[in-house]
Design a protein around this ligand. Structure first.
Ligand code: ZN
Ligand code: ZN
Length: 149
């Protein structure tokens, strides 16, 4: 059995999606797969630039956009001026509840978004991406602290 590294597996996914694997894309894919979890473009850059000196943040943004189009990563808002990226992980699908006060993120079962997604599809002919779908609000601790109902 041929064992592929995470980076190689992702490279083949990228090719299958019809995109070329450039050295920049390969290094950024490798970095994202090693970083795990939800990461900012800056974090991806910090990790990738060590392996690819001369890399610039604009290339990282462009590459993340390409990887998103290829369906390899998801992106989602995580507060003002913050977009986070994550490898698409079919085995660990989830949505987010983002607290607007403390920026804490709770993971939620995406099954809860199914009815919402169906309504949007039927009403607006719009297909909602439920991966990391983020609802903003206020968490229990902050509600108590701020005495919000
Ligand atoms: Zn909070
Ligand atoms: Zn997530």
């Amino acid at each position: 059995v041929l064992q592929l590294s995470c980076g190689e597996r992702l490279e083949s996914e990228l090719r299958q999606a019809g995109f070329r694997v450039t050295p920049q894309r390969a290094v950024i894919l490798e970095s994202i797969s090693h970083l795990k979890g939800h990461r900012s473009a800056q974090e991806v850059f910090d990790s990738a630039v060590a392996r690819l000196p001369g890399l610039n943040i604009a290339t990282v943004y462009r590459t993340l956009d390409t990887l998103h189009q290829a369906g390899i990563i998801d992106l989602f808002p995580a507060g003002p001026n913050s977009i986070l990226f994550s490898l698409r992980d079919e085995a660990n699908k989830h949505g987010h509840l983002l607290c607007r006060n403390c920026a804490r993120v709770l993971k939620v079962d995406p099954a809860y978004f199914k009815a919402l997604a169906e309504t949007m599809r039927n009403t607006y002919a719009f297909k909602v991406d439920c991966e990391h779908l983020t609802l903003q609000g206020i968490c229990e601790a902050c509600r108590t602290e701020l005495s919000e109902d």
